[in-house]
Ligand binder design. Structure first.
Ligand SMILES: *Cc1c(COP(=O)(O)O)cnc(C)c1O
Length: 496
């Protein structure tokens, strides 16, 4: 019997894993969730001896049950190969008394690679299995990192095209350069005059536009999503928490069954939701610590039970977390509502209409595994400085938010329960912010001079992803208003 997925807004809409991956978003605008979270059937103690790829198979086979063993192993093998600059794929580093789970060793040096290097394989396999004849058009909104990782994954993949929308003034210089230099005749990158929430809302609107859908079907296209609302993003992200646990066992830091805490710098709530799924599979995780930057809508939510996006949108030095509508939170809300799709749909409706909703006390009790914290810009920069001074290790700004939150609110000093901090980007991707946090004398330098300086300071090699964009020509320079997204999609699909 296959594990089925249903929409968070409607129990009737059901899909197999491969169908859910193909569709991205459920027809009613809800998100696909597994009807139950499967239990990890690998003995914990044996995780210590497993490679990343073996761990990936042990986890993903439980969720993607309509893929054959051969199909899934092919996807895993193709994704987690030399595109990563280390065989460990996701190394766990101990620095200054905590563990940093480095999720930035893939092609675009941010954690999005962990899932987006496998999603194209999962999706094209799903298309084959379901006899999908239409060309798949991936529509993606990005706060900076998803866009490039999705472009890198889907560029020149036969049977697919990919369109990425990013906030023109809301990403780092390196993030923008990475995207606008993307090669591949099936790729399209568009800046919009607006913020990430505008881009994400616009993409969701395109997805739920029935008229557009039919028009494009007639032309041979169907939409799918590479955003973390796609279950094909979420499932591969569960893997590295299981792998991190195995690494702690291997280092002798834990005995099988003892808990670790995880700290996750959070934006759209995909990464930490994967940790929640890992915990519900039986992985011994104590607290799930959700770290926010100054856009602390999630922190306020965990404090009060009220989600309220009616507030100023703040541009911070951790742009991939500059988000006021965290899409994946819907999956937790659904879970906390006892899988009551009507109750969830009503809350999401309120969010749509008024920008806010409040959950019941009972729902709050179902979310006590989570704890929220936030760090200001000041605290984030101070954390980069502190860790660098204490250990020579250089954090990126997103990881520094999580690290600061942990030090400020959750470190009891005893160090009994190891803290695993999700390290979501290479500092090279945010070199300007990172270097000026360490010393204000770097303010004058240009972006690539800063990269060379970071190389000297950290002693870590300059990633290939950075070398590649140094002299790369700009291939995408379209900038549009946020209400022009539909027209832009049609133009690209017509080949204009
Ligand atoms: C996307 C991203 C985040 C936020 O992850 P979510 O899954 O959206 O919560 C944090 N840090 C970096 C560097 C990212 O790219």
């Amino acid at each position: 019997m296959d594990l089925m997925y249903n929409s968070t807004r409607n129990d009737e809409e059901r899909a197999t894993a491969s169908q859910a991956i193909l569709k991205g978003l459920a027809g009613d605008g809800g998100l696909f969730v597994p009807e139950r979270i499967p239990a990890l059937d690998t003995p914990l103690a044996s995780l210590a001896g497993m490679s990343y790829q073996e761990t990936a198979y042990a986890v993903m086979k439980l969720f993607l049950t309509d893929y054959t063993e051969e199909e899934l192993k092919y996807c895993i093998r193709s994704a987690y190969d030399e595109k990563f600059d280390t065989e460990e794929i996701a190394p766990l580093r101990e620095e200054a008394g905590v563990y940093y789970l480095e999720l930035f060793h893939g092609a675009t040096i941010a954690f999005k690679d962990m899932a987006l290097s496998i999603l194209p394989y999962l999706m094209t396999t799903a298309a084959r299995k379901n006899h999908e004849e239409h060309e798949i058009v991936i529509l993606t909104a990005t706060s900076g990192d998803t866009g490039k990782a999705a472009l890198a994954g889907f560029a020149d993949v036969p049977g697919t095209r990919i369109i990425v929308f990013y906030p023109k003034n809301g990403v780092s210089p390196v993030q923008e350069k990475q995207m606008v230099t993307q090669k591949g005749s099936n790729t399209c990158v568009i800046g919009i005059r607006g913020n990430f929430d505008d881009a994400q809302t616009g993409v969701k609107r395109l997805f739920s536009d029935q008229k557009l859908k039919e028009e494009l079907l007639a032309q041979g296209f169907c939409f799918s999503s590479a955003n973390s609302i796609n279950i094909g993003r979420l499932v591969p992200q569960i893997v590295y928490y299981v792998y991190a646990y195995g690494q702690l066992l291997k280092k002798g830091r834990l005995q099988a069954g003892e808990p670790m805490n995880v700290v996750v710098p959070t934006g759209n709530f995909g990464n930490i939701l994967a940790a929640f799924y890992a915990k519900n599979m039986g992985l011994p995780i104590g607290k799930l610590i959700c770290a926010s930057n100054e856009n602390r809508v999630l922190y306020d939510f965990f404090q009060t039970g009220a989600y309220d996006r009616n507030r100023e949108f703040i541009l911070t030095s951790s742009p991939s977390m500059d988000i006021l509508i965290s899409s994946n939170l819907e999956r937790l809300i659904y879970h906390a509502a006892g899988k009551n799709a009507d109750q969830n749909a009503s809350l999401m409706n309120q969010l749509n209409q008024t920008g806010r909703y409040t959950v019941t006390d009972e729902m709050r009790r179902a979310m006590t595994d989570f704890a929220g914290g936030y760090a200001t810009e000041e605290q984030t920069f101070a954390e980069i400085r502190r860790v660098h001074q204490e250990s020579g290790y250089v954090l990126d700004t997103h990881t520094a938010v999580a690290s600061a939150v942990y030090q400020k609110n959750f470190s009891d000093g005893s160090g009994n329960v190891p803290a695993v901090i999700a390290s979501t980007a290479s500092p090279y991707k945010f070199a300007r912010s990172v270097m000026t946090a360490i010393d204000s004398k770097y303010e004058e330098m240009d972006d690539f001079a800063l990269i060379d300086e970071l190389h000297r300071l950290s002693g870590t090699p300059i990633p290939r992803a950075i070398e590649e964009i140094r002299n790369a020509p700009v291939l995408h320079d379209t900038v549009i208003e946020k209400n022009e997204m539909e027209a832009a999609v049609k133009r690209f699909l017509k080949g204009e």
